[in-house]
Write a protein that binds this ligand. Structure first.
Ligand code: HEC
Length: 112
């Protein structure tokens, strides 16, 4: 019994890291075609592919200095001004900035 316990304790730090990793990433919802539809209602030629691109850019460019904010959190802020400030910090070009901003708008207007 003690041996099993000792074995478990040896792996405890690893388990804790895995737990936090799952807990932190699980909250960021993977966009669905239903989400993309909200974008398509707002912008011409918007689709799931464009939304997936924005999602991937967001994950790759916006989580280096701080944790990724959940899209819903942006609803309380001024999305335009946050993006102007953070696009400079993340060194984004205009296209990447627009793609991330659209992703955030689509996901923050998710009412589910
Ligand atoms: C180079 C580091 C860096 C990168 C990259 C970065 N941020 Fe930030 N971000 C910061 C710092 C520092 C703050 C806090 C101080 C401030 O508001 O300027 C912050 C604050 C924020 C806040 C909180 C603002 C508020 O009013 O409470 C949001 C939201 C945010 N960042 C979103 C983003 C998004 C979206 C991206 C990707 C486009 C991004 N950040 C990329 C450094 C960064």
């Amino acid at each position: 019994m003690l041996i099993i316990f000792n074995q478990l304790m040896r792996y405890l730090p690893v388990l804790v890291v895995i737990f936090f990793f799952i807990a932190c990433t699980a909250q960021l919802k993977v966009p669905t075609s239903l989400d993309a539809q909200r974008g398509a209602n707002r912008w011409e030629n918007y689709d799931s592919l464009k939304l997936a691109e924005g999602f991937s850019l967001y994950k790759n460019k916006c989580g280096h200095c701080h944790n990724l904010h959940l899209p819903k959190e942006f609803a309380k802020m001024n999305l335009d001004s946050v993006m102007i400030e953070m696009s400079l910090k993340a060194k984004l070009n205009a296209e990447q900035t627009a793609s991330i901003e659209k992703y955030l708008w689509v996901m923050m207007t998710d009412t589910l």
